[in-house]
Design a protein around this ligand. Structure first.
Ligand code: NAP
Length: 357
């Protein structure tokens, strides 16, 4: 199309016409309708592009190579909450990629068993630090050990994975104070203070030319406000905002901070034992996470966040699709699910107490 031969003039007051290569094309629409049609086409185009990006990121576009954070001298990944579930898989898969490990957990025997298993299978060096992240004095002692290790070793990756939730879905008005404490202490204070301890060493190594990575494991219960898990939802939402502020501060330092969002994954926390389309194993979820570092997946349009597992990505994407209405639908779905979980839990408790009578 030759642009300088295109003229727009008003054919009548209401119907514009175009001249293209000497041909007059009259648009049989009043100007306001034409403007609306253009706007509509623009919005549809934007959604089409974003949907295509989602599909491509979940299928063929690879993330940053996870090995690219390692230096040649033998780098370490520090993983919290590595004694079960998602953290255990992070530990194994980082070892599988050749990283040495600093394993942080609150049960020394479980940590020792893990060291035997991982160092035997992957031939990497494993250090352990026993810390109860929910306890301030344990944190002080344990983080002093972490700092000493960070001074001596090349820590390239920090995975803030450890977390606790409510024993069962419960409205905030009935949530025990001790439970609120444990959730906030572990999920927020444990994560923030550990990061504050390790961060100077990540920045220092990155100044020498090696990239470093902080992965904060969030939850879609933080991204979509979760009724009946309000305190947990608050901590994950808080971590989401903190991660973004941190990532912004770290621009240009070579340290990348990312919030990774799972929905349900098989683990002790979810109490789900069977995998399905929407509930992957921890192994599958961590694999999808490590292969898509830096791709937003379902967290499109949100800085420094990723929702890597395909079905979780679709849920996350849908929850943001129409702004307010989709957020309200998301909250309604979560509320429905959590009420159902609580009902089933109460029925189970009633059965158990009947049996014990
Ligand atoms: N599974 C899901 O459906 C799901 C969904 C969204 C987000 N997440 C997030 O994923 C992360 C991992 O959870 P998961 O599903 O793998 O659950 P998990 O199997 O219960 O693992 C939680 C890990 O955190 C550790 N931990 C808990 N409290 C701790 C404390 N006070 N001090 C030190 N370590 C502590 C646990 O240690 P112990 O072995 O000693 O208990 C365990 O290793 C959590 O941040 C969770 O919020 C999970």
């Amino acid at each position: 199309m030759v642009l300088d031969t295109v003229q727009v003039k008003s054919h009548s007051h209401a119907h514009p016409s175009f001249h293209i290569l000497g041909q007059e094309i009259v648009v049989d629409l009043p100007i306001p309708a034409l403007v609306l049609a253009f706007l509509g086409a623009g919005v549809a185009f934007r959604y089409l592009i974003s949907f295509l990006r989602l599909i491509l990121e979940l299928t063929i576009i690879p993330g940053t190579n996870i090995k690219s954070y390692k230096s040649k001298t033998g780098s370490y990944a520090l993983v919290t909450g590595c004694t079960s579930g998602i953290g255990l898989e992070f530990a194994k898969q980082f070892a599988g990629k050749g990283y040495n490990l600093i394993l942080l957990g609150r049960r020394q025997t479980a940590l020792d068993d893990l060291v035997k298993e991982i160092s035997g299978k992957y031939k990497v060096d494993c250090k352990t630090v026993m810390v109860d992240l929910g306890d301030a004095s344990s944190r002080a002692k344990g983080f002093a050990q972490v700092e000493k290790l960070a001074q001596e070793l090349d820590v390239a990756v920090l995975v803030n994975n450890a977390g606790v939730s409510h024993e069962v879905c419960v409205i905030f008005n009935e949530t025990p104070h001790e439970e609120i404490d444990a959730i906030v202490q572990t999920n927020i204070l444990g994560t923030l203070h550990l990061t504050r301890t390790v961060l100077p060493y990540l920045v220092a190594r990155s100044k020498k030319g090696s990239k470093s990575l902080i992965l904060n494991v969030g939850s879609l219960d933080g991204r979509i406000p979760a009724a009946l898990l309000a305190a947990y939802s608050c901590t994950k939402g808080g971590l989401q905002t903190w991660t973004k502020a941190l990532a912004w501060e770290l621009r240009g330092t070579g340290v990348q901070a990312l919030m990774v969002q799972p929905a349900f994954v098989i683990s002790n926390m979810s109490k789900i034992r069977r995998a399905s389309l929407t509930v992957p194993t921890a192994k599958a979820w961590v694999k999808s996470c490590l292969s898509s570092i830096g791709s937003a997946g379902g967290a499109q349009g949100r800085a420094y966040e990723m929702t890597p597992y395909w079905s979780h990505a679709i849920m996350d994407y849908a929850a943001g699709f129409f702004g307010y209405p989709s957020e309200m639908i998301g909250m309604w779905v979560v509320d429905y699910m959590h009420k159902d979980i609580r009902k089933r839990w109460l029925r189970k408790k009633a059965r158990e107490s009947k049996k014990s009578e």
